[in-house]
Ligand binder design. Sequence first.
Ligand code: ADP
Ligand code: MG
Length: 250
Amino acid sequence: MGKVIVIASGKGGTGKTTTAAALSSALAAKKYRVLCIDADVGLRNMDLCLGLSEMALPNFCDVIEGRVSLDEAAFQHPSIPSLYFLSAPSLVSPEEIDPEKMRELLDSARRSFDFTIIDSPAGIGSGFRLAARFADSAIVITTSDVPSCRDVQRTVMELRSLGIEDISLIVNRIRPKLLKKSNQNVDDIVDTVGARLLGLVPEDHSVILSANNGIPLINYTTRGAAAAFSRIAGRLLGERIPAGEIKPIL
Ligand code: ADP
Ligand code: MG
């Protein structure tokens, strides 16, 4: 049975969509069958990070309402063959989606894919709960700023109240000089959030350039943030990979 992982954070803009796209691609590049689901209902933008914005993409409501099967709907990535994608519906609110049908969708995803990665919307409201409640584990994303850490701490509590115990943390957009100036270190962030550290991702303009150019990050570069996400994918697979030093890129 495959594993369903939700990517969450309290705050918007911390890098959930970037992480969901990059981790899905990195796992698929290691030949695992991966389904990436954009669950940011109404504000979807995962298609941009995966370089699929020009494509006609089925959304996960097409599957849960029975219009197509998961196998028919899951869109195979043209340059990463074991990566499949389901978009978010743009004209539906999360409250209109039957959670039981979401559970059925994820159960069949577990049978067909090694990993299902769900990109959650910001906040801890109904969209977040729909995305998270049937996941097996969660990865929370924070930047180093204090409001983001506090929001993700709250998100960790919400995830636990949904019954998710396996929660790990990625600190994204790290700028070593900024950490030094704020007298902060990664241990402080891990302590605040209360989840085990899965990885560190540097601030890297390749993330923005790759999305703007419609190229998945791991196809755009093998350095910086792309290398960090590949290491994180390895760690998710149980490989013992050191965190790696975060060197200033900008
Ligand atoms: P969220 O899904 O949490 O709202 P996004 O993944 O959409 O966040 O990221 C928000 C913005 O930050 C995007 O413009 C993205 O390109 C940028 N970004 C995310 N991670 C990084 C990074 N490590 N370095 C530079 N820019 C980043
Ligand atoms: Mg997003």
